[in-house]
Ligand binder design. Structure first.
Ligand code: FAD
Ligand code: NAD
Length: 513
């Protein structure tokens, strides 16, 4: 993020888009844009960008871009889809930039070279049947760009498939993933209003089932997983005891296996059931998943919340926590499967958090599928775990702590170095201190950057000297993992100091956007 000029906040942008001003300079017309035309609009004062085939005139948006004008200019006059996906594919640009829409890219049809088509299709057809049916409708003219994209990024030749059967009262859908360490976190199911969406995450790929069911089912859905053989069962309860002739109508994208990053984010509405104070400005929100949803947010991952603010959809990421820290290590706490807890700081001028704070108990908010690149296995092979958190950068550390202390026996030390501005900003201080008393492996160090004169503990901002004092291996050859999360400059500086202190890239995990 860069500092924006006054009057250039997201809210100011939303206001401008509602003002009726012609932001494309095309007087509301939509045009077909050729590559040649697009490339001409490559200056700050005249900048068009293509995202997923749609072209936007982002000239008026320049000064409002949270990442700064230079970042936006990297895609000026070109197809910025890949760049956009790398940085923030979750941002709902369609809604934010709808007044800037110039039109669609003109598709350049390319005749398929002779002899090329049949065997490519056979080859693709085995694993991509639904999508190919569409392509096959026009076999003469084939968009080679689409094909090359499929070949390079989307297609993985893994034969995930599904089957279904029924009894008088149940419909059982069985998906054979052939993945050995299948678990509940990798399966996300949503069943509402005769629509069934099931997504299974297999490494960095996603398998999707999407069906408009033939008949009504009740709200409860059961998901059974045979972890060793990778079999997933989705069990639906028929509303009426009738024989189904078919499962239903497949959606576009049904039975496909593509890269997670190429799959659109899916949201379901969750009910706010509780809101409790954590500190003077931070609250714990408890959201309830709908009955037909099966979703577990993995350790180290976040979700996106979506709200309509002043008529525009706004999306922000949040990292689920637990209702409290684990103080009883007899067995790992069971996920109740129903609630998602979010610890959120309410900023007095924050666009999203102000709207969140105004939600009433019983109101609904859209919550996405989980995302994130943290791998739990990194903890399982470590002896020392060091967690550096700044402010609400503490949120990913909650589940990490829980996992480390309840499920990883090879860890010798777990240390949280928690940076805050003031004493009143420290999240779950009591719980952390109790945890340190209860588990000898765990230690917590609070460091304040704006302490009151009564503070006797450590003070300062993240620095090389503070880190060299607190970040240490328990033995010279210990395998260490250092996780860091907080304001972007805090994280960036922290990573640099750690590298200067001799820690390798593999030993550091930075939580970023
Ligand atoms: P904004 O409107 O973005 O403003 C926030 C503050 O910054 C305000 O004081 C505003 O005046 C100032 N500001 C905003 N933009 C600028 C700018 N360009 N220049 C100068 N000042 C600016 N937060 C949590 O509380 N809990 C979490 O669990 C959590 N998880 C996250 C996970 C991830 C992966 C990421 C990337 C972020 C996470 N966040 C979390 C932060 C969260 O996504 C929002 O950024 C945060 O809630 C602020 O949103 P907002 O719209 O209310 O504030
Ligand atoms: P804050 O302003 O209360 O500051 C927390 C600590 O960070 C303080 O010690 C402060 O001195 C230090 N700090 C702040 N700005 C700094 C800078 N420029 N350089 C060095 N140190 C700095 O923090 P907050 O308001 O709670 O914000 C937390 C941040 O963490 C947000 O930016 C949020 O987006 C981010 N976050 C990220 C994730 C993620 O997974 N990526 C998760 C949660 C929170």
């Amino acid at each position: 993020q860069v500092p924006l000029k006054p009057g250039r906040s997201l809210m100011d942008w939303i206001r401008l888009t509602k003002s009726g001003k012609d932001l494309t300079s095309l007087k509301g017309r939509l045009i077909e844009v050729t590559e040649d035309e697009l490339s001409k609009h490559n200056k700050k004062e005249d900048c068009w960008i293509c995202i997923r085939g749609f072209v936007y005139n982002v000239t008026p948006y320049m000064e409002y871009h949270p990442g700064g004008e230079d970042e936006l200019m990297k895609a000026a006059g070109t197809d910025g889809t890949d760049l956009f996906d790398q940085v923030h594919r979750w941002v709902n640009y369609e809604s934010m930039l709808k007044e800037c829409l110039v039109g669609r890219m003109a598709v350049k049809p390319v005749a398929a070279p002779k002899g090329f088509f049949p065997h490519v299709l056979v080859f693709l057809g085995r694993c991509y049947n639904g999508f190919l049916t569409e392509l096959l409708k026009e076999p003469e003219v084939f968009n080679l760009v689409v094909l090359s994209k499929l070949l390079t990024s989307n297609l993985v030749f893994k034969s995930t498939n599904y089957d279904w059967f029924q009894t008088d009262s149940l419909i059982t859908i069985v998906i054979y993933t052939k993945q050995k360490d299948m678990n509940a976190e990798l399966v996300i199911v949503d069943c509402q209003d005769k629509q069934l969406r099931g997504e299974i995450i297999l490494d960095d790929h996603s398998y999707l089932l999407g069906i408009d069911l033939d008949h009504a089912v009740s709200e409860d859905v059961t998901v059974n997983i045979a972890e060793k053989v990778g079999k997933v069962e989705i069990i639906l309860n028929k509303k009426d005891n009738i024989h189904w002739k078919m499962l239903g109508q497949p959606w576009e994208g049904h039975n496909t296996f593509i890269k997670c990053t190429d799959r659109g984010l899916f949201y379901r509405k969750c009910k706010l059931v509780a809101k409790t104070e954590v500190t003077h400005d931070t609250k714990l929100f408890c959201l309830m998943l709908p009955k037909g949803t099966h979703l577990r947010v993995p350790t180290g991952q976040h979700v996106y919340l979506k709200q309509v603010i002043a008529g525009t959809e706004v999306v922000k990421p949040y990292t689920p926590v637990l209702p409290f820290l684990p103080l009883d290590f007899q067995e790992p706490p069971r996920h109740d499967g129903v609630h998602i807890y979010l610890m959120i700081k309410i900023y007095s001028h924050g666009l999203f958090t102000q709207a969140l704070d105004h939600l009433q108990i019983g109101d609904y908010i859209s919550v996405s599928n989980p995302e994130g690149n943290f791998k739990k296995s990194k903890i399982q092979t470590s002896e020392d775990l060091l967690l550096l958190a700044g402010g609400t950068g503490f949120t990913p550390m909650v589940k990490l702590l829980n996992f480390a202390l309840t499920e990883v026996s090879c860890l010798r030390t777990v240390k949280l170095i928690f940076f805050n501005k003031t004493e009143g900003d420290i999240l779950w201080r009591n719980q952390l201190e109790q945890l340190a008393l209860k588990d000898q492996r765990f230690e917590v160090q609070f460091i304040l950057s704006q302490p009151s004169k009564d503070w006797v503990g450590k003070q300062g901002k993240i620095s090389s000297s503070l880190l060299s004092e607190f970040v240490k291996r328990s033995r010279n050859d210990s395998k260490v993992l250092i996780c860091i999360c907080g304001p972007a400059p805090f994280t960036e500086q922290g990573v640099q100091y750690l590298k200067d202190l001799g820690y390798s890239q593999e030993e550091i995990h930075a939580f970023t956007a």
